[in-house]
Design a binder for this molecule. Structure first.
Ligand code: ATP
Ligand code: MG
Length: 261
């Protein structure tokens, strides 16, 4: 039986997209059938992350507006990574400015929101019925409508936060007012962009972990340092594929194992 995992954060730039894309690929490399959907219609990223070499007919926006089925909106990228077919399918939100404006307008009206929510609820279970084991939703930060729909529809939530107070204070509110109040969902917490000193001084990492665990009342599945070579890579490539021995890839491996449990 498959499950829907929503990747979310309070503030932008915490690493949702990079974690979601690498996690999707890591799970696919471990022989799971994975679908990764770009639910950040306001600022789509997955098209740039994966740079698909093949032509495709439909964007996720077409599914969201009812012009195609969810299965038709998926692009099978398994062959890009030497995997058997349908291991890794990706639904791309259209990054063109006109399409972003159109989808923002659609998600603004109560009718548009209700229809989006119905699509999400009905069609994600269609994906699971089609044999997908993990559906990953990469969302936009904060309280946007599409993110709330993704949060309401998931089985487990992958919460990604940075370590600074701006992120942690907002994340505390998010847990209190959305996740705990409405959902009682299982939350997997990933702390990203931790100060790189924790690599040299693991004691500091342990102290940071304790402090954040106490503040958010959640156990931390992975504490990922800020890696200069990831910054230097400028968002190009997928590190779990290009460098499986990298510390970032190892952390993604630990998160993948958590989801396999
Ligand atoms: N551990 C890390 N070390 C160094 N750079 C990182 C790390 N994690 C993420 N990044 C970089 O941080 C930037 C933001 O990451 P990403 O786009 O995944 O965040 P996001 O939460 O999806 O942002 P948004 O909320 O805008 O969608 C990217 O350039 C990414 O490569
Ligand atoms: Mg993102």
């Amino acid at each position: 039986m498959g499950e829907v995992i929503t990747v979310h954060s309070f503030k932008g730039g915490s690493g949702k997209t990079v974690v979601a894309s690498n996690l999707a690929l890591a799970l696919a490399m471990k022989k799971h059938n994975v679908a990764l959907l770009d639910f950040d219609f306001k600022a789509p990223s997955l098209f740039t992350v994966f740079r698909p070499k093949k032509e495709f007919e439909f964007w996720l926006n077409d599914w969201s507006s009812g012009s195609c089925s969810i299965l038709e909106s998926l692009v099978d990228l398994s062959d890009h990574f030497g995997l058997p077919e349908k291991r890794l399918q990706v639904g791309f939100a259209d990054p063109k400015g006109e399409s972003i404006k159109k989808s923002l307008q659609e998600h603004l009206t109560p009718e548009g929101q209700a229809s989006f929510y119905q699509h999400v609820i009905g069609d994600l279970s269609n994906l699971i019925r089609s044999g997908v084991e993990f559906v990953l939703l990469d969302t936009s930060p904060g309280f946007s409508y599409t993110s709330l729909a993704a949060i309401l529809s998931c089985d487990r939530l992958l919460l990604v936060t940075k370590t600074d107070d701006l992120d942690l204070t907002g994340t505390t509110e998010l847990i209190k007012t959305v996740y705990d109040a409405i959902l009682k969902k299982k939350i997997i917490l990933v702390v990203n962009h931790a100060p790189p000193q924790i690599l040299l001084n693991p004691g500091e990492g342990e102290k940071l972990k304790e402090e954040i665990t106490l503040m958010l009342n959640l156990k931390i599945t992975a504490l990922i340092p800020c890696y200069c070579d990831l910054v230097a890579a400028r968002g190009r490539g997928l590190i779990v594929h290009d460098n499986p021995e990298h510390g970032f890839s190892k952390n993604i491996g630990a998160i993948a194992e958590r989801f396999e449990q």
